[in-house]
Design a protein around this ligand. Structure first.
Ligand SMILES: [Ca+2]
Ligand SMILES: [Ca+2]
Ligand SMILES: [Ca+2]
Length: 233
């Protein structure tokens, strides 16, 4: 004799609906990006431009080594002093896997030395001696580069030549010019080739896996309840 714990509709409502809804919500969520700000690299810094003034020509570049896109909206850009800027736009500010993203002081290519800025910040200055670039999300995860004297040189960007953002792994760009003649590769590969690596599993996949596992467990439980029970006298 089959024993049903619940009528079918109730079973669906109580046992299947929640995981299914979770799965659907995750799959349909437009802002489900799994990479963290701390997974990215500050791949290049132009703190000391020569072709134009610092107030127009400073920029820095981010590289995304993960397999997930990242949205810079609601990330705070700051230093250890008073520089602070909340990155915000009406549309997603996406950096896709294996791509570069340029934060610039000035978005006008005829004024900034000739680079394309993906986002223009304010209230943030890159000192030519020592400074910090700190990007922090709402949960406190951060990406930090702290540099001291010797890190900058007039008319040359400083590029990351490894996957460890220690200042000793940065060097001046000398092989590539851009725009009005300063050295650097804003928005593109420089001397070092980064690889895209799976540093984090997409959180969406984890959630889908957990929800699917719950679903499987519940289906198995249902099956065992439905199976005929041997009755002994
Ligand atoms: Ca500067
Ligand atoms: Ca600063
Ligand atoms: Ca570059």
């Amino acid at each position: 004799m089959k024993i049903f714990k619940y009528p079918a509709t109730l079973y669906l409502k109580n046992k299947l609906a929640t995981p299914l809804i979770i799965n659907l919500a995750i799959l349909l969520s437009p802002n489900c990006y799994a990479a963290l700000i701390s997974d990215l690299y500050i791949s290049e810094v132009m703190a000391n431009p020569d072709a134009v003034s610092d107030s127009k020509g400073e920029w820095f570049e981010i590289y995304n080594p993960t397999e997930d896109a990242f949205d810079f909206n609601n990330i705070t850009l700051s230093d250890a002093g008073s520089n602070t800027h909340l990155i915000s736009d009406t549309s997603p500010l996406l950096i896709n896997p294996g791509e570069y993203f340029v934060f610039g002081k000035n978005g006008n290519e005829f004024e900034n030395g000739g680079y394309t800025a993906n986002y223009v910040y304010s209230n943030f200055v890159l000192s030519n001696t020592e400074d910090e670039i700190i990007l922090t999300d709402l949960l406190g995860n951060s990406l930090l580069l702290e540099y001291t004297s010797g890190f900058t040189d007039s008319g040359k960007s400083t590029e990351l030549l490894a996957t460890d953002m220690s200042p000793i792994n940065y060097a001046f760009t000398t092989a590539f010019n851009y725009g009005d003649g300063d050295f650097g590769t804003p928005g593109s590969e420089g001397t070092y080739t980064f690889n895209t690596i799976p540093v984090s599993e997409p959180s969406s996949l984890w959630l889908i896996s957990i929800a699917s596992l719950l679903l499987l467990i519940q289906l198995r439980q249902r099956k065992s309840v439905e199976e005929p029970q041997l009755q002994f006298p």
